[in-house]
Design a protein around this ligand. Structure first.
Ligand code: 1PR
Length: 579
C-alpha cells in the first residue's frame, strides 16, 4: 500500500489559504452559498487513511467507495457540515438531479461548508454532478442556482447537433492544462454518462483542465490548486479511472507519468458482456444462456443450462476488457427481486472488483408480498442502485407503460420507467425489449410499423413487424418494437437494450433490419443484442446501423470468442473502441 500523503492535524484545522487571484471569482460572485455560519472546526477527525465522502443518498456511490478502498483508504461519511470542513480529502460523487441535490445541500448547511472548504483550496474531487454543482446554475429543471464557484451555466446537450442524448460511453479527453490527476489518461477513453454539461468560456478558462468533444466541446474536468472535478466517472473508467483516483489520493507521491498507449479520439463503440442469471433447480444463482430464450437442456432431466458463476464471470469480463457488464435476472418477472437476496449479494460482490458500469434488470415493478407489504418499483430500483448498479433495465413493465401511454396519450408519471427516471435521471434507465419477428405478406396487414426484411419468412413473406413480448418472451403483446421504442423514449428511457428472440443464442449475427429500424427511430443510445457468433458480426452491426453498443452472451460464456478479439477486429476495421 502506498503511504497516504496528507498530514493530519490534532489541533484546530489550519486552513491553507488559496491565492488571492484564485478567490477573485468566488468573492465577487459567490452568491449561492449563504454567509458563513460559525462552524465548529474540530481536529481532523478523519484519519490519515480516510477519505471523506459526501453521499446524500441519491444513487449509486458504492463503486466510488469500492474504488477508494481498493486504493488503500477507508471511507468516512459526511454526517454534518463540520465533517466537510474537517476532511483531509473530500470526494463528492454527485448523483441524481441538480435541483434535488442543491436542495439537500442548502437545507442541511452542506452547501455553505462545501464553498468554504473549496475556497480554502482543500483537497477536493467532484464527480459528475459533483462538477456541475460548482457552477452558477443549471437548466436541468428550469434555472436552478448552483454553488456559484465557477462561472457558467450547465445546459443540456442538443440532440439536433446529431448526437444521442444522454451521452453514454467511453470518450476521449483533450487535456488543456496540467491537471495532475489526469497525468496517466493521455489518449485513453474515460466513461461518461450524462445529459447536461458545462461549456468552456473566457470567464471559466482558468478552471478548465480538459474538454471532451460530443457534438461540441464541453468541460470534462476542472482544476484549481487542490480542487478538482470531473464530468466523467473515474470509478467506472477501469484501470485508467483508478489511476486518476490514485493521483488525487496520493498527490505528492512520485508516481511516474505512464506512457500513453491508447488511441482515443472520439466516443467509442461499446462491447458489452451480458449475464442472464437465475436460480437453478438446486436453488443456486447461476449464469445461464438460452436458445431463443429457452434456457433448459434438452435432456430427460430438462435442467437449467449452467455456464458459470455470476460474480466470477463478471470479474473475468472486466479483466478481459468488457466496456460494461449487464446482469439480467431472467425470472425476476415472477420471483420478486427483493426476496431474491442472492441477486443483491451478487451485485455487491461484483461491484467490488468491476470498475466499469454495471446494469441490472429483471423484476423492476410494483409488488405486494405475502404479508401485504407494498414495494414500489422505485424501491426495487433504489435497492439495486444501493447494491452497486449504475443503470437498471426494465422489460415487461416498460411494455405495459408504453401500451397505456399510447392508448391514453397521457403520461401518467406513475409507471416504473417515469418514476425511476425522474428520481435518478434518464441516463440510469435502460428499457430492455424482447421482440419476436412476425412475418406478413403485405406492409399494411397490421397497424404496427412493418419493414421489408433482408431474409424472407418461411412462406416467402417479404415483410415483418417485431412484436414485443413480456415475461421473458412467454407472452406476445399488441405493440411493436418500433412503437415501444418511441414511446419509452418519451417516457424517460435513457437507453434501449434491443434483443431479438429469433436470433438469441443462434450465433448467426444480429438482426440488422431490426437494429437499423430502432436505432434510426430514437435519439437515445441503442444496444444491439442477440445473435453474435463471430467477430465480423460486431463490425457488421456497427457499420450497417447506428447502434452505440453491441452485447453478447453465449460466445463469451463458452469462450468461443474472447472480448479482446472482438476489439482487435473492430480496430482493424477502423471502428473506435476502448482498449
Ligand atoms: O421483464 O423487467 O422482469 O426483465 C426481464 C429481463 O430478463 C429482460 O431484460 C429480458 O430480456 C430478460 N430475459 C427474460 N427471459 C430471458 C430468457 O433468456 N429466457 N433473457 C431473458 C434475455 C437476452 C439477451 C441475451 C442476448 C445475447 N436474454 O440479453 O443475453 O440475446 O445472447 P447471445 O449473444 O447468446 O445471442 P423484466
Amino acid at each position: 500500500m502506498e503511504a497516504p500523503p496528507f498530514v493530519s492535524s490534532t489541533k484546530t484545522l489550519p486552513f491553507r489559504s488559496a491565492s488571492p487571484s484564485s478567490l477573485l471569482f468566488h468573492r465577487k460572485h459567490r452568491l449561492n452559498c449563504r454567509p458563513s455560519r460559525n462552524f465548529t472546526v474540530r481536529a481532523s477527525s478523519a484519519g490519515d487513511s480516510a477519505v471523506t465522502l459526501l453521499d446524500y443518498g441519491a444513487g449509486n456511490v458504492r463503486s466510488v467507495r469500492n474504488a477508494i478502498r481498493r486504493l488503500g483508504f477507508d471511507v468516512k461519511d459526511v454526517q454534518t457540515p463540520e465533517d466537510i470542513l474537517n476532511a483531509n480529502r473530500l470526494i463528492f460523487p454527485g448523483v441524481g438531479a441538480f435541483a434535488a441535490a442543491m436542495d439537500v445541500l442548502s437545507k442541511n448547511g452542506m452547501a455553505e461548508a462545501l464553498c468554504e472548504y473549496i475556497e480554502n483550496d482543500r483537497p477536493f474531487l467532484g464527480i459528475c454532478l459533483g462538477l456541475q454543482l460548482l457552477f452558477e446554475s443549471s437548466e436541468e429543471k428550469g434555472q436552478v442556482s448552483g454553488l456559484g464557484l465557477i462561472p457558467g451555466v450547465v445546459g443540456r446537450f442538443d440532440s439536433s447537433n446529431g448526437v444521442r442524448v444522454p451521452h453514454i460511453g467511453w470518450n476521449a479527453l483533450q487535456i488543456r492544462k496540467d491537471s495532475l490527476i489526469l497525468d496517466d489518461v493521455g489518449t485513453h477513453h474515460v466513461y461518461f454518462v450524462h445529459s447536461y454539461r458545462a461549456m468552456p468560456s473566457d470567464e471559466n478558462k482558468d478552471w478548465v483542465s480538459s474538454t471532451c468533444n460530443y457534438g461540441e466541446n464541453f468541460i470534462a474536468s476542472v482544476r484549481r490548486g487542490n480542487v478538482h472535478a470531473v464530468q466523467f466517472h473515474p470509478e467506472k473508467s477501469g484501470d485508467v479511472g483508478l489511476s486518476i483516483l490514485r493521483r488525487f489520493l496520493y498527490p505528492n507521491s512520485s508516481l511516474e507519468k505512464k506512457p500513453t498507449e491508447g488511441k482515443a479520439s472520439k466516443l467509442a463503440k461499446r462491447v458489452i458482456a451480458c449475464l442472464d442469471v437465475r436460480t437453478n433447480d438446486k436453488g443456486d444463482l447461476v449464469v445461464t444462456k438460452g436458445d431463443q430464450y429457452d434456457v433448459r437442456e434438452h435432456t430427460k432431466e430438462n435442467e437449467v443450462r449452467e455456464l458459470g458463476k455470476p460474480v466470477e464471470l463478471a470479474g473475468q469480463y472486466y479483466t478481459d476488457g468488457a466496456d460494461e457488464v449487464s446482469f439480467l435476472n431472467i425470472t425476476g418477472f415472477r420471483d420478486f427481486p427483493l426476496g431474491d437476496l442472492p441477486m443483491l449479494q451478487v451485485l455487491r460482490y461484483a461491484s467490488e472488483n468491476v470498475f466499469v458500469p454495471l446494469t441490472v434488470g429483471g423484476g423492476i415493478r410494483d409488488f405486494t408480498d405475502a404479508t401485504g407489504r407494498h414495494y414500489s418499483s422505485l424501491e426495487v430500483a433504489s435497492e439495486y442502485f444501493r447494491c452497486g448498479a449504475d443503470k437498471i433495465s426494465i422489460g415487461s413493465d416498460a411494455v405495459y407503460a408504453a401500451e397505456e401511454y399510447l392508448r391514453t396519450g397521457v403520461k401518467s408519471g406513475k409507471s416504473s420507467l417515469e418514476q425511476i427516471s425522474r428520481v435518478y435521471g434518464n441516463q440510469a434507465v435502460v428499457v430492455s425489449i424482447d421482440p419476436r419477428r412476425v412475418y406478413v405478406k403485405n406492409q399494411n396487414d397490421v397497424e404496427f410499423k412493418t419493414i421489408r426484411v433482408t431474409n424472407p419468412g418461411p412462406n416467402g413473406e417479404e415483410f415483418s413487424w417485431y412484436q414485443c413480448t413480456v415475461s421473458g418472451g412467454r407472452e406476445g403483446r399488441p405493440i411493436g418494437a418500433y412503437e415501444l421504442a418511441k414511446a419509452v423514449e418519451e417516457l424517460g428511457a435513457g437507453e434501449i437494450l434491443l434483443n431479438c428472440i429469433d436470433c438469441d443464442g443462434q450465433g448467426q449475427g444480429f438482426d440488422i433490419d431490426l437494429i437499423k429500424l430502432i436505432s434510426d427511430a430514437v435519439t437515445i443510445p441503442v444496444i444491439a443484442s442477440s445473435g453474435a457468433g463471430v467477430v465480423e458480426h460486431f463490425s457488421e452491426v456497427f457499420t450497417k446501423t447506428n447502434a452505440s453498443a453491441a452485447l453478447a452472451a453465449g460466445i463469451f460464456h463458452r469462450k468461443e470468442v474472447p472480448i479482446h478479439s472482438v476489439k482487435e477486429h473492430l480496430l482493424k476495421e477502423g471502428i473506435e473502441v476502448r482498449i
